[in-house]
Design a protein around this ligand. Structure first.
Ligand code: SF4
Length: 209
């Protein structure tokens, strides 16, 4: 049988119930080396849901999503887009930190497709409960989870799509992951990359309803 979180997701649970149940998820092998599951943050009745890739090193230690350097950049971009960060529901496509130990450090490793697929029942349940106006997929991993297919950021970003999320009536928008913008800091293209992220978030906010 392929890996899946499905049997661990309680039917009819609210966000708190899902969060609690996710602590016991063994839907794939990523739970074991990670410190803890990192579920979500933000109000369960939000009109905007942001979906990232997976928790990073700091998120894994603190148990909260988007609290590391990329998360801080994202919060700045959310504010610059005129959105109250506290009003946004933040989650990830994959709920455990995937990393490679190297010289005492934990180096981020992109989740494989089978991790994204295994973890998807959590995101699906979250979207059923929150029922947002729009889901913003941050980066290729989130896009794969939200849309259920491979995505190309450069070609598809910034468009408001309807009927694009399986089993959800929420609109959807694909944009870059804040870590991709962060990696450009100090380079000539950084300002444009940051402005493009803000612009996409502004479009999403206007479409959220
Ligand atoms: S990454 Fe997702 S599917 Fe895998 S153990 Fe963690 S919560 Fe479960």
């Amino acid at each position: 049988m392929s890996d899946t979180a499905g049997p661990f997701v309680p039917e009819g649970a609210g966000i708190d119930g899902l969060r609690e149940a996710a602590t016991g998820c063994r839907g794939c092998e990523l739970w074991e080396p990670a410190s803890q599951v990192v579920f979500s943050a933000g109000p369960p009745a939000a009109s905007i849901v942001l979906v990232g890739e997976q928790p990073g090193d700091q998120e894994d230690r603190r148990g909260l999503p988007f609290v590391g350097p990329a998360g801080q950049l994202l919060v700045g971009a959310i504010k610059d887009a005129g959105i109250d960060p506290a009003a946004v529901y933040r989650t990830n496509a994959v709920k455990h930190f995937r990393f490679e130990p190297r010289g005492g450090r934990r180096i981020h490793k992109t989740p494989d497709v089978h991790h994204i697929t295994a973890c998807h029942p959590w995101l699906h349940a979250e979207l059923q409960v929150v029922a947002p106006g729009i889901v913003v997929a941050l980066g290729a991993t989130a896009g794969r989870s939200v849309f259920g297919r491979p995505v190309r950021i450069a070609a598809e970003r910034g468009a408001v799509l309807e009927g694009a999320i399986p089993d959800s009536s929420a609109k959807a928008l694909l944009t870059a992951h804040p870590s991709a913008v962060l990696r450009m800091r100090g380079e000539p293209g950084y300002d444009d990359a940051y402005a493009a992220l803000v612009a996409d978030l502004r479009i999403a906010s206007a479409a959220a309803g």
